[in-house]
Design a protein around this ligand. Structure first.
Ligand SMILES: N[C@@H](CCC(=O)N[C@@H](CS)C(=O)NCC(=O)O)C(=O)O
Length: 383
């Protein structure tokens, strides 16, 4: 069995090298380099040592801090530089009209609306999984809004500060419908396509190890070759965040031939992050996200905003800046929430526009519902 897997691994490696011709992408900074399109395979067993997520070395975060703070720098520049995914449908992608679109992209626009009064004042920087942390660490981007999981190592060793979770996700597994696989337990000896430089590779190893299931990871450093290798039949399974699987399924040759298993391999709370050490800028990101959630809880949306501005309710008046000075405390105008809602809408509007029933994804809100609806979204008070 072991020999068979070893031979298969070598064959797979050859196949992957022949078949993948992804566009070259910049070398990852300080990570073990697997070039774009190249696959590595190792046979993992139930007793194998778990792989560790490769993360870039941390430069001094002070070095990339902007004198006077990043809020001031963004206001002086008149534009927000936002790191996003460039090709993940529903989350961050350039649409048919050449515009960036997606759930993570709309949070960039919400920040620009709050800080600059203009949701369009954003320069989007598409970043691969490997490039994203370096882009924050070096100050190339003001904020990262790109299907990035909030973890302790990223918050501490990598030197980021995370805003609130915008999307509660979990890692899933996609297989072919005709494979006979119904759960992870049916995947003994399977080959699984996975991308490095993400939380995904470690979760995969941990989950299979915990179940004592032997498998062969086929590892790529970029998303497109990972998906394509699965698409062309080189792997029995393809694993990443469920959101990523749902989005990637639309890019397969025959989406209807594939299914996502019910198993969830991990917790993947996704949210925006900034460079550690600029408390005011981190506050801005945090309260922009909370504003979208609180707006939904108050029932304020793009259609009734003007009406709500005339509300007598003191909570709503404070929230919308008709009373009090809630924006001023972090260097924003007091009507920053109005700018966000006018620009992109409340959380539910952002969700529905990008992932809701009128989109190809039709993702149920699930955990991404307000706490009042049984979900996990809860904003601290605006007072
Ligand atoms: N949420 C996970 C995974 C995020 C992730 O990078 N997913 C892949 C698959 S959807 C991806 O975006 N790859 C694209 C790329 O590297 O350019 C993380 O933060 O590590």
């Amino acid at each position: 069995m072991r020999d068979f897997i070893r031979v298969s691994a070598v064959l797979l490696l050859l196949l992957a090298l022949m078949a993948c011709n992804a566009a070259p992408s910049p070398e990852p900074a300080a990570t073990e380099g697997v070039g774009a399109g190249e696959a590595t395979t190792t046979t993992e067993t139930g007793s194998a040592t778990a792989v560790s997520e490769s993360s870039p070395t941390v430069p001094s975060s002070e070095g990339a801090q902007v004198a006077g703070g990043r809020l001031q720098a963004v206001q002086d520049r008149g534009e927000l530089i936002c790191g996003v995914h460039g090709s993940l449908p529903g989350f961050g992608i350039v649409d048919a009209s050449g515009e960036y679109a997606g759930f993570d992209v709309d949070f960039c626009r919400a920040i620009a609306a709050a800080v600059l009064g203009d949701p369009e004042a954003v320069e989007f920087r598409p970043l691969t999984a490997q490039e994203r942390f370096t882009a924050v660490q070096t100050g190339e981007v003001d904020v990262l809004s790109r299907n990035t999981t909030y973890t302790i190592s990223r918050d501490t060793s990598v030197g980021l500060d995370f805003g609130p979770v915008t999307f509660y996700d979990g890692q899933g597994m996609m297989v072919r419908k005709d494979s006979g696989i119904e759960s992870l337990e049916d995947m003994a000896g399977a080959t699984i396509c996975v991308q490095s430089g993400t939380t995904t590779e470690l979760n995969l190893a941990d989950s299979f190890r915990a179940r004592s299931i032997e498998f062969t990871p086929v590892v790529f450093s970029d998303a497109d070759p990972t998906r394509e290798a699965y698409n062309s039949g080189q792997c029995d399974g393809f694993t990443t965040d469920r959101s990523g699987l749902v989005a990637s399924q639309t890019q397969l040759t025959a989406p209807e031939d594939h299914k996502i298993l019910p198993d969830t391999l991990s917790k993947e709370p996704l949210g925006p992050s900034v460079l550690q050490g600029d408390a005011q800028w981190a506050d801005v990101i945090t309260w922009v996200v909370y504003a979208t959630i609180q707006a939904e809880e108050f029932g304020i949306d793009q259609s009734n905003l003007e009406e709500m501005l005339a509300s007598e309710d003191p909570n709503i008046r404070r929230f919308l800046g008709a009373e009090g000075e809630l924006g001023q405390g972090m260097g924003l105008s007091n009507d920053f929430v109005v700018q966000i809602i006018r620009g992109v809408g409340n959380y539910g509007e952002i969700y529905n526009r990008n992932l809701g029933p009128d989109t190809p994804f039709d993702l149920p809100r699930g955990q991404n519902s307000l706490f009042t609806e049984g979900g996990l979204l809860y904003s601290p008070p605006f007072r």
